[in-house]
Design a protein around this ligand. Structure first.
Ligand SMILES: NC(=O)c1ccc[n+]([C@@H]2O[C@H](COP(=O)([O-])OP(=O)(O)OC[C@H]3O[C@@H](n4cnc5c(N)ncnc54)[C@H](O)[C@@H]3O)[C@@H](O)[C@H]2O)c1
Length: 298
């Protein structure tokens, strides 16, 4: 039987960090189900006009991580949690590709339909990366209950419930990796971020509980907490805050940010790449902070 490619589902894959993660995992040899409420552009390796799926195989050959170079399935098969290697054959031709799916992570009732579709079309899910997010800064006095609930639906309920549904499927096969993208906001507060901060902290708590319950079944669950990352989310009131005067003064001149620059999305993707790879055999329940040293200063 042909070795099958591992399948990864990445939410929020149309832009920024999610897009970088989808591209990185494609380069690592995954068949990537790229999920977003927005459409995935062909440059990201998604569906080209006319419905053809763009192949990422040439990128994959020269990609930054060559863990799957000898066949994507082999790494998992040799690891201690190799259940997916004995599943049904499916999707071998989808290796090194990004396949777009339109879905709203806040639609909890739609998760199983989405997972059924992805697994029917690409094969059993080996990895889930919850990235989709929104940032709606609002001071406490102006925050409405509806806005609070909406942010929690996207940033907390959606990823937690998707991780639960995907995690149970992975547990039944005794193999899987889940990564939740949180934020330094999960542990460090900022004004006008009540809904965002509480949602990210909740997602880190969920990461720990899921890791405890799913660990015995071969499913490793971690979170990655970025600091400042240059994406459209760092654009506030039309200005990229990482290029503003206050950012330069506080974080660069006064040294609050040891690496003296914001991250690029690919630098977050590099951490995720390890956590979902077969090289990660013993790291679970953890918060991996990728922030250029931001939260170790004061
Ligand atoms: N950019 C930063 O500085 C930074 C820092 C820390 C954490 N994060 C986190 O990283 C993640 C990605 O952020 P980004 O900076 O790439 O932002 P982004 O706006 O570039 O990308 C977010 C993506 O999520 C999608 N999305 C939003 N709501 C969705 C929903 N309900 N269902 C499906 N998809 C949805 C958007 O369409 C978009 O493609 C977020 O969870 C964010 O909180 C970002």
């Amino acid at each position: 039987m042909e070795p099958r490619p591992p399948v990864a589902l990445v939410t929020g894959a149309a832009n920024g960090i999610g897009r970088a993660i989808a591209e990185r995992l494609r380069n690592d040899g995954f068949a990537v189900a790229a999920v977003d409420v927005e459409s995935i552009s062909p440059e990201a390796g998604g569906e080209a006009p006319g419905g053809q799926l763009a192949s990422g195989s040439s990128d994959g050959a020269s990609g930054p991580a060559s863990g799957w170079a000898s066949g994507p399935a082999s790494g998992w098969a040799s690891g201690p949690a190799s259940g997916w290697a004995s599943g049904e054959p499916a999707g071998a031709d989808a290796a090194g590709r990004i396949v777009p799916y339109t879905a709203d992570v806040a639609d909890l009732d739609g998760h199983d339909r989405l997972l059924d579709r992805v697994e029917d079309e690409l094969g059993a899910l080996a990895a889930l990366v919850n990235v989709a997010g929104i940032l709606v800064p609002e001071p406490v006095a102006k925050l409405t209950l509806a806005a609070y609930r909406h942010q929690h639906a996207v940033l907390l309920d959606g990823p937690v419930w998707l991780a639960r549904s995907a995690g149970l499927r992975m547990a039944a096969r005794h193999c899987g990796r889940i990564v939740n993208i949180t934020s330094v906001h999960a542990t460090n507060g900022e004004a006008a971020s009540l809904a965002y901060d509480t949602a990210k902290a909740g997602l880190e708590a969920a990461t720990r509980t899921l890791a405890i319950e799913l660990g015995p079944c071969g499913v490793l669950v971690n979170s990655v907490a970025p600091g400042f990352v240059q994406t459209r989310m760092s654009i506030v009131d039309g200005r990229d805050e990482t290029e503003s005067e206050w950012f330069r003064q506080i974080y660069l001149e006064h040294g609050r940010l040891p690496l003296r620059r914001a991250a690029q999305p690919a630098e977050i993707a590099a951490a995720v790449s390890h956590l979902v790879s077969p090289d990660n055999t013993y790291l679970t329940g953890q918060r991996v902070v990728v922030d250029g040293g931001l939260i170790v200063t004061f």
